[in-house]
Design a protein around this ligand. Sequence first.
Ligand SMILES: [Zn+2]
Ligand SMILES: [Zn+2]
Ligand SMILES: [Zn+2]
Length: 158
Amino acid sequence: MADCGHEHHHAHLSEDALAGELANAASRTETAGQKLTPPRRRVLELLLRAGQPVKAYDLIAAFGEDGAPAKPPTVYRALEFLTGHGFAHRIESLNAYVACRRGDEGHAAAFLICDCCGATREIASHGASPMAALGEAAGYAVSSVTIEAHGLCADCRS
Ligand SMILES: [Zn+2]
Ligand SMILES: [Zn+2]
Ligand SMILES: [Zn+2]
């Protein structure tokens, strides 16, 4: 990540907001006939706390509340669940995962990524849905669309 010599601030979720997000996730999961198991819940919590993209190995290292790392498959399986159900997205260009708070399953995702401070914002994905439609028209069963735009955020531009 570039160092532009100015201070970077990341917004953090309050404990109340975090508890609310986790409770919502648990009820959405149950409505879908699934369970927000402890590993799934823990990985989602770590992503929500980070408020920015996190690499899988950092999730593995931070997984144990007593400081013990997780077994990698535990975290990868949890990530598979979370990304498959719209609780998180994988950002290919950063090789990292980010929590999604939009609360709807299977939406096309679009991200604005700041190459200076790493701020990553999910935006309404007007460009991604036509892409899925074009894929369908070409005979593809499109399972996910993620658009990643790199540049400088408003803070880092000024
Ligand atoms: Zn999303
Ligand atoms: Zn920035
Ligand atoms: Zn910056």
